[in-house]
Design a protein around this ligand. Structure first.
Ligand SMILES: [Mn+2]
Length: 291
């Protein structure tokens, strides 16, 4: 099941390690994100690796090394984080690109730490419907609803896109952050993809980015398969265009690693995982191919 991600036949281009993390320990509403990684693997071999608009083929630019899936421990996210930290010891954050497939959004904290250690000036680009800036949720500060509060605790600056669901406590937290540390593009106020890309480049500058992509940032009409859907999300053409604009003509920041989380496949439909994996393809093609 976890053997093939896109086409492994061509061993050329940038190596991407693919790490499946079928974990859903703190999900608060719909379940099924533990099935997300498998669905993304399945979808990846079905779609065309050629991006017709950019005239670039992902399999010319990258090859994928699937890693053994993380066997999720029983218990809360701290236990999972311990397992992940040990797995990451065999990788070099200065060199290795890891594509982590969730699972829920509590997963990537060890990835944040891993890349931050090698890149002290790391910035996180965060796509999500939810701000995920709660101090604690469901009796744990490591819940999916707190993941970006933990990133801020690591002193990692954040750019958030698509946010449209948060509590007043999080809004107050946002307002208290220095403008150089947090930039949020709310879903109701999204500029054009071109302007959004310019703003992200202006914020990030020369610093490297880690991308944390919660699929519920997209509109639920695009990706209905997610545990906590929120209407009014990002449209597919907007998101697709944004990645192209971000790295147009070799501009844009270096991407050091990424995750895609919160995919919860809908039984009998492949719409959600297809859209999610096409976005992974678009991101990687735009980043690797436009230089
Ligand atoms: Mn979310």
């Amino acid at each position: 099941m976890y053997d093939e991600f896109f086409d492994l036949g061509l061993a050329q281009g940038r190596n991407i390690f693919v790490l499946p993390v079928p974990y859903e320990g703190t999900v608060s509403y719909g379940t099924g994100t533990r099935l997300g990684p498998e669905a993304l693997f399945r979808a990846s071999v079905q779609i065309e690796s050629y991006d017709a608009e950019l005239d670039l083929d992902l399999t010319d630019l990258a090859h994928f090394t699937p890693l053994a899936p993380v066997d999720p421990p029983k218990g809360g996210p701290e236990a999972l984080h311990g397992v992940l930290r040990r797995r990451l010891e065999e990788f070099d954050a200065g060199r290795d690109f890891i594509l982590t497939l969730g699972g829920e959004h509590s997963i990537p904290l060890p990835l944040f730490e891993f890349y931050k250690a090698a890149h002290p000036d790391l910035v996180i680009l965060h796509i999500d419907a939810h701000a995920d800036l709660r101090e604690s949720y469901g009796d744990t500060p490591y819940s999916h609803a707190c993941i970006m509060a933990r990133a801020r605790q690591l002193s990692i600056p954040l750019v958030q896109i698509g946010i449209r669901s948060l509590c007043r406590e999080q809004r107050d937290f946002m307002r208290a952050q220095p403008k150089s540390e947090l930039m949020t593009m709310f879903a109701w106020d999204l500029p054009s993809p071109c302007e959004a890309a310019e703003r992200v480049r202006a914020f990030v500058g020369e610093r490297p980015i880690y991308l944390s992509f919660d699929v519920d940032g997209m509109d639920p009409s695009v990706i209905p398969g997610t545990g906590t859907p929120e209407p009014g999300g990002i449209a597919y053409p907007w998101m697709s265009r944004f990645w192209k604009e971000l790295w147009l003509d070799g501009m844009g920041p270096r991407l050091v690693g990424m995750d895609m989380v919160e995919l919860s496949p809908v039984h009998g439909s492949q719409v959600s995982e297809t859209a999610a994996v096409k976005l992974i393809q678009r991101i990687l093609v735009s980043w690797l191919g436009q230089g």
